[in-house]
Design a protein around this ligand. Structure first.
Ligand SMILES: C[S@@+](CC[C@H](N)C(=O)[O-])C[C@H]1O[C@@H](n2cnc3c(N)ncnc32)[C@H](O)[C@@H]1O
Length: 197
């Protein structure tokens, strides 16, 4: 059943053709085309990076001056690139300074970080919400003034709270569900622009 579904998925097919490690690439691409979050030069922090399709997007958009600092519990499955600094560790065990020590503050913080799903939607939502709160906390400590933020969450009871919180820190906030999101998925993406500390 699962195989049949994946065979029909056009983004899965396209990702294979385009040499991407995951179809999630297109979600970031679709959000970025709309909101222009990822800077061509400048520094991006990528939270929850493995296997590396969002990094593939950053590297494609960025010029030689662009840099990415990335973190995940798991290793990347893309070739090493001198524009990427990767930390393989737990976000909850990482301090903001560990990210800013390389190039200073970021023009954009992107989070695709997500818990292992259990099938229990409320439980998965709460775990996802906790990861989003940590991502926002890190973003507030590491973003440049006017910087941008994008963050995935499995939707649920706390989504509205998160949206309200975002409005305190960003002059522009939107919730997005890009076309590449699977129909049955509960995920949504929060977008913030114009960070104010
Ligand atoms: C949907 S995947 C990310 C996909 C990636 N953005 C891409 O485009 O290839 C979510 C990732 O979050 C990572 N993750 C979950 N909890 C984490 C934590 N506490 N610290 C670091 N990474 C975590 C997982 O290991 C997983 O690789």
């Amino acid at each position: 059943m699962k195989d049949r579904f994946f065979k029909k998925d056009p983004f899965q097919k396209q990702a294979k053709k385009d040499g991407l490690v995951a179809r999630s690439y297109y979600k970031l691409e679709q959000i970025d085309v709309k909101f222009d979050l990822v800077p061509k030069e400048g520094v991006v922090l990528d939270l929850g990076s493995a296997p590396g399709s969002w990094l593939q997007y950053h590297l494609k958009k960025m010029n030689a001056k662009g840099r990415v600092v990335a973190i995940d519990l798991n290793p990347l499955k893309i070739p090493a690139d001198n524009r990427v600094t990767f930390l393989q560790k737990d976000l909850f065990q990482t301090l903001a300074q560990e990210f800013t020590q390389f190039y200073g503050k970021f023009g954009c913080v992107c989070s695709d970080i997500a818990p292992q799903t259990s099938g229990d939607r409320d439980r998965d939502h709460i775990k996802s919400y906790e990861l989003c709160m940590k991502a926002l906390d890190i973003a507030c400590l590491t973003l440049e003034e006017q910087g941008s933020f994008v963050c995935k969450m499995y939707q649920g009871s706390e989504s509205q709270n998160f949206s309200q919180l975002l409005k305190k820190h960003f002059s522009f906030c939107k919730i997005q569900r890009p076309e590449a999101t699977r129909r049955q998925s509960k995920e949504i993406f929060f977008v913030g622009k114009g960070f104010r500390s």
